[in-house]
Design a protein around this ligand. Structure first.
Ligand SMILES: Cc1ncc(COP(=O)(O)O)c(C=O)c1O
Length: 434
């Protein structure tokens, strides 16, 4: 496509599309990339320039753009049923997906939403409603973690702790308590990540000890707080929080929207702590980055508390596209790829190789807190000037790499199909940009 046609798409987009998480005026200086197509880890703009999608298109893509196996599943599903109301009807993809997710997690009841934030809303409402149905209507509070992120809708924002996203809407939000973050970077000098995590858990315990009778649930992002700038913490924190939730009679909601499906090195992050949440929120990688679908998985105990003659004791929550068959087929294709390609084991080897290739980045004089969990790498740039993230993004784009730092944190969350030459490009580009 000619350059004037491509810039015409950009101009039309800026006139008619209100882009997410964006101060639109910034696009007076920051270019918008008009994407024409994608293949594997690559995005192509309308003039044929390729960009390595180093953040998996907002952490959703697992097996590359235009993946032939997921495409084939969707094409097949299109000829059967594209969508059908899930109240009063069911279909094979949603049944199979629920059964397979149940087998993988031990949580046998799947409730579907569309985006991640709708899963957060479902989990919060379900937890509250469980306690109400169980004769404890005073359990209405939620505890989340400092720097936690659970989405942008009002309920999800109430348990989110990212000032830039939350402060403006504070008058609209319900109060929730934010417990100390287990982020290993916050450990005192000489204190191990584990000791610090247990200190954070002890402070959560103090809060639960005083307020558990009014708390419905603790919600957290297991192992990696993504939007906080890929803050990482050890599994022992999760093990301890599970014990505390049991001890104080509070639900544990694991928001694995960003970290589920292999991102932390195991299929689900909770596995590394040997725990099961009362509610597990999934989205993003669930469909391999193809279609909006989210899911809240829960226990028999929770499910049974809603199973009753009285309609109002049921969970009367819905979204029009709940359990969309196309999205469920994409998710089934994703689970097939995990099984057929032994993805978790293959990723382990890839992650080790990429970490090696990032050796020079990790020891670069501007780099602080280089960290890595599974298929996520991050580091902070201490002397980052204002505008660092935009500048870094720009410079990387010039080298054919799409990265979006969060503040002074640069991170990589590539699709799992990334190969050595692309890892090298990513490492080299990062060094050049630094
Ligand atoms: C941990 C976590 N929870 C919830 C969400 C919200 O998901 P969505 O943007 O699909 O609403 C996100 C999105 O980044 C997330 O990282």
């Amino acid at each position: 496509m000619k350059s004037n046609e491509s810039s015409d798409w950009v101009a039309r987009s800026l006139r008619s599309v209100w882009h997410p998480c964006t101060q639109m005026q910034h696009h007076e200086t920051v270019p918008l990339i008009p994407v024409s197509h994608g293949r594997g880890v690559w995005l192509y703009d309308m003039q044929g320039q390729a960009y390595l999608d180093a953040i998996s298109s907002w952490w959703v893509n697992l097996f590359g753009h235009a993946n032939p196996r997921i495409n084939a599943a969707l094409i097949d599903q299109l000829s059967r049923i594209e969508h059908v109301i899930l109240a009063g009807c069911t279909h094979a993809p949603v049944v199979e997906l629920s059964e397979r997710l149940g087998q993988l997690t031990g949580l046998g009841h799947a409730f579907y939403g569309s985006d991640g934030a709708s899963a957060t809303e479902i989990a919060l409402k379900m937890s509250f409603h469980f306690w109400r149905n169980s004769g404890q209507p005073e359990k209405t509070g939620f505890v989340s973690l400092q720097n936690g992120y659970h989405g942008e809708t009002l309920g999800a924002l109430s348990v989110t702790d990212v000032a830039l996203f939350k402060d403006t809407y504070a008058p609209l939000l319900r109060h929730s308590h934010q417990a100390m973050s287990p982020d290993s970077r916050l450990a005192a000098p000489g204190e191990s990540a584990e000791t610090y995590a247990l200190r954070a858990a002890a402070s959560l315990e103090a809060h639960l000890a005083a307020h558990a009778d009014t708390i419905a649930a603790v919600i957290l992002e297991p192992l990696v707080q993504g939007a906080a700038g890929m803050a990482m913490y050890p599994p022992i924190y999760l093990t301890r929080v599970r014990e505390l939730c049991d001890q104080y009679g509070v639900h544990l909601i694991a928001d694995e929207i960003a970290v589920g499906f292999g991102r932390t090195g195991s299929m689900f992050a909770c596995e590394q702590a040997g725990i099961q949440a009362d509610f597990l929120c999934l989205s993003k990688g669930l469909t391999g980055g193809y279609l909006p679908l989210s899911c809240v998985l829960t226990t028999d105990r929770v499910y049974q508390a809603f199973y009753d003659d009285a309609t109002a004791r049921g969970f009367l929550h819905s979204h029009s596209y709940t359990g969309n068959p196309l999205a469920c087929r994409a998710a089934l294709a994703v689970l097939d790829i995990f099984e057929q390609d032994d993805v978790i084991a293959v990723n382990r080897a890839k992650a080790a190789r990429f970490s090696e290739l990032l050796g020079e980045v990790a020891t670069h004089p501007r780099v602080r807190n280089f960290r890595h969990t599974g298929m996520i790498w991050a580091f902070d740039v201490d002397d980052a000037a204002p505008g660092f993230a935009t500048e870094f993004h720009h410079r990387a784009l010039e080298k054919g790499v799409f990265i979006r730092p969060i503040g002074h944190t640069v991170y990589f969350m590539p699709p799992y199909i990334i190969e050595e030459p692309e890892m090298r490009l990513l490492a080299q580009t990062t060094l050049t940009c630094l």
